[in-house]
Design a protein around this ligand. Sequence first.
Ligand SMILES: Cc1cc2nc3c(=O)[nH]c(=O)nc-3n(C[C@H](O)[C@H](O)[C@H](O)COP(=O)(O)O)c2cc1C
Ligand code: SF4
Length: 407
Amino acid sequence: MKLLTKSWDKINPLDINTYIRQRGYEALQKVVRMPPEDVVNEIKSSGLRGRGGAGFSTGEKWEMAATAKADEKYFICNLDESEPGTYKDRMIAEKNPHQILEGLLIGAYAIGAKKTYIYINGNYKKQAEILRIAIDQAREKEFLGKGILGSAVDIEMEIFEGAGAYICGEETALINSIEGKRGEPRLKPPFPPISGLFGKPTIVNNAETLANIAYIVRQGAKEFSCRGFSTSPGTKLFVLSGAVKNKGIIEAPLGITAQELIYNSLYGGGLEAGKEFWFAQIGGAAGRLMPVGKLDQPLAYSNCEFPVGSGSILVVDKNADLKDHLLSWAGFFHRESCGKCVPCREGTYRMREIAKRLKNNDLRKKDRENIEDILWTLGNTTFCPLGKFAASAWGDAIKMFGKEIIL
Ligand SMILES: Cc1cc2nc3c(=O)[nH]c(=O)nc-3n(C[C@H](O)[C@H](O)[C@H](O)COP(=O)(O)O)c2cc1C
Ligand code: SF4
């Protein structure tokens, strides 16, 4: 069932020839002889959904940029990855960088972009260096640059190192950051495929999304879409952490239940000795809390109660202190709020204050009254989804355990 990680142990990330020996760049060679619209259609019919969190159809997004009329277009790989407990994009860059490069080049060809960027989290120094070496080696082999593989196609690639802000993973804040502006989200619409970097049609795709592209082009859309969940085909890189035995990155088909992912010996292998499952957080700090009664729910992108988001799964056992988790989530979103809109800037601040007082057994009567107001405001009135993310786990904790018990 492995598509993404299958050849990782045969690849030396610093040697392009080891990637080529695993059929690397075969898809790019095929693509530069295809009409770009056929490439878009192949990705559309694969049903691939973006792995950056929201799960939007990759092919439909590419189609928007491909059909937009403009003298210049851009394609950006999103490797900002700042979600707590998530490091799957970092691992792709580290283990098989050309898998990202090949997907990015195919995407750029499909939409007609001559310039591509890899926007990488500023803390990922080692991975940025690996990608730089990969770009140089790909250029030497004529996979990128002027006249790719003897064709008339020119595509350039540049690495842009961010400063590690969570909000710069949001595509419009990321675009602002490349333009040299403050890393704050833009109002949508217009959406980036219509007006993105420097006002031109731009695709931003997550690194894992792009890592699927060469496989789809080489093997065909059907071979990809027959795996995974009906509305979310393919496999996913899950990052397991917390009280589970086998921690780390696990590739599994989308639609897998949390029960199987956590307990099957092929994956999580159950809980650490002496620990009892309490709840799991699905999709990072922005994710929802799954109680034991919901473990049989599929993990996918749509038609499911627990969207898989970035793919990180935190398993929490009954000995854990919920107050620590509530403070950690509130602290993260308060720190990462970009400050552009009042409900998030103030709401995350107030939430962290309440979380601190809760931890110190110093709650005020007003805190109990205010918390629902703050959660509603974050969930419904903020400029970008970060506000909703901040309210997600807190809201679930209150629903699951009761406000009277927590506060
Ligand atoms: C606050 C916030 C942070 C985000 N961080 C990331 C990130 O680190 N990596 C990522 O790929 N997408 C992130 N996204 C989603 C991006 O805005 C965008 O939807 C994604 O890069 C599109 O790629 P995909 O279609 O391949 O998933 C974030 C969104 C929000 C609202
Ligand atoms: S919701 Fe938060 S992160 Fe988003 S724009 Fe407002 S202040 Fe910035």
